[in-house]
Write a new protein. Structure first.
Length: 248
């Protein structure tokens, strides 16, 4: 079955951007004058809708990046996104979920005023940071010059080596300043990544019918501190090993 997760997160992100634009308009009005009850309710609903799109975008983005962790709700998605440094303030994201639950179970003037204040002061700025972060990643993905088919072939090859737990694209393709024939540089994380395994993996990648050279290295074995920092800050995860189901 084809994997449409890459398309799905981009479509969801487009919807999030539209929803955020409407939320930002409401916040702008609230910063200029006091909202009446109907306007305040509209602001809260807009924030909840935008947050709903945001955490679902995160879930889809993580799936497209190779994560196989099951994310069942906004809390799971927030924890995974915070661990992946996709969101800046995990506490605020959890607070957004709590506010949604509060308006579901009880709705009074004091609660509405408190949540509206949080939307203006904390939630919207944090959602704006998320918008900026994912826009950067969206542009970076577009700029690495590798088609979904090419990435799928590489991920399929990596999946045949259970020792490989994660693969991160780095170098010119991750930075977006590659040339058409630039190498594909991958940093690997996992257990048992010795020279013999790397030789077999390199041979498997060479067998792919791709017009690129693929260079692999083991991230913990890299000693160049500048390269380590480059991979940590610029690297694009393209593969994550599927978890092994444990028996009872």
């Amino acid at each position: 079955m084809p994997d449409h997760s890459d398309v799905r997160w981009r479509q969801r992100f487009q919807n999030f951007k539209k929803a955020f634009a409407q939320l930002a308009k409401g916040v702008s009005v609230a910063q200029q004058r006091e909202l009446n009850e109907r306007e305040q309710q509209g602001l809260i609903q807009a924030s909840e809708f935008t947050h709903e799109l945001a955490w679902n975008t995160l879930k889809d983005f993580l799936a497209a990046s190779g994560s196989t962790t099951n994310l069942y709700g906004s809390k799971d998605a927030t924890r995974a996104a915070f661990a992946a440094e996709l969101v800046a303030d995990g506490d605020v994201w959890m607070e957004m979920t709590a506010s949604r639950n509060a308006t579901t179970h009880t709705y009074d003037e004091a609660t509405a005023n408190e949540i509206a204040g949080a939307i203006i002061g904390r939630y919207t700025p944090e959602l704006e940071r998320f918008l900026y972060r994912l826009t950067q990643l969206e542009q970076r993905e577009v700029n690495h010059g590798l088609s979904p088919k090419t990435l799928d072939e590489i991920k399929t090859a990596l999946a045949h080596f259970p020792e490989v737990e994660k693969a991160v694209l780095y170098g010119s393709r991750a930075k977006g300043n590659y040339r058409r024939g630039s190498d594909i540089d991958l940093a690997l994380l996992g257990t048992g990544l010795n020279h013999q395994l790397l030789a077999r993996l390199g041979s498997a990648l060479d067998d792919l019918v791709l017009p690129y050279r693929i260079d692999v290295s083991v991230f913990p074995q890299i000693r160049n501190t500048d390269l380590i920092e480059h991979i940590r800050h610029v690297g694009v995860p393209i593969y994550e090993k599927a978890p092994v189901a444990s028996g009872r």
